[in-house]
Ligand binder design. Structure first.
Ligand SMILES: [Zn+2]
Length: 177
């Protein structure tokens, strides 16, 4: 395993095209529309000084169960990534820690911690926007969703609205430098 550069390189967020068959979106919705909603969450995070990553959990009938942006700064919590917060809120909302049939939509490829949380949640799938060459753990640096385990592993589909998802991060760090 090569050592990973820990600095936020301006080119680590990639607007890669999606690949493979597009999974069916919940009725009446598109992944692109859901990603634009997650992007609005990311922008709201940026406005309060959080790294702009947005996430939501959508249920099988298209109901939005939760929404979140990163809150590591506000909560002084290194685990408060948008994905973790969205999964927690969705589970609390339905009163069940298992989110089978639901899909996590997130603007950036999840990290290793979040792929672990995604697996624990039993969501059916993950849709993400930009890829993360520095810490992405779905396909870029690791394949954190794919290790052997009994039961179904969540599917993943990346590259949805990837350019604006990468741009918002690049812009955020450019301003901060
Ligand atoms: Zn994460």
């Amino acid at each position: 395993m090569p050592l990973v550069n820990q600095s936020a390189e301006p080119d680590c967020w990639k607007a890669l095209p999606s690949w493979g068959p597009e999974p069916a979106a919940p009725p009446g919705l598109t992944w692109q529309g859901l990603m634009r909603r997650a992007l609005r969450l990311a922008r709201a995070g940026a406005r309060v000084g959080e790294i702009p990553v947005g996430a939501l959990v959508v249920g099988p009938e298209g109901e939005i169960l939760s929404e979140a942006h990163n809150e590591t700064e506000a909560l002084h919590d290194p685990t408060a990534h948008a994905e973790v917060l969205a999964l927690r809120r969705a589970a609390a909302k339905i009163g069940n820690h298992r989110l089978g049939g639901c899909v996590l939509v997130v603007t950036l490829e999840p990290c290793l911690m979040c792929t672990g949380a995604i697996r624990e949640s039993r969501v059916s799938g993950v849709v993400f926007g930009a890829s993360d060459a520095r810490a992405g753990a779905v396909c870029s640096c690791l394949e954190g969703l794919d290790y052997a385990q009994t039961g179904a592993q969540p599917w993943s589909y990346g590259g949805v609205e990837a350019a604006p998802c990468a741009d918002i991060l690049r812009e955020f760090f450019k301003v901060r430098r």
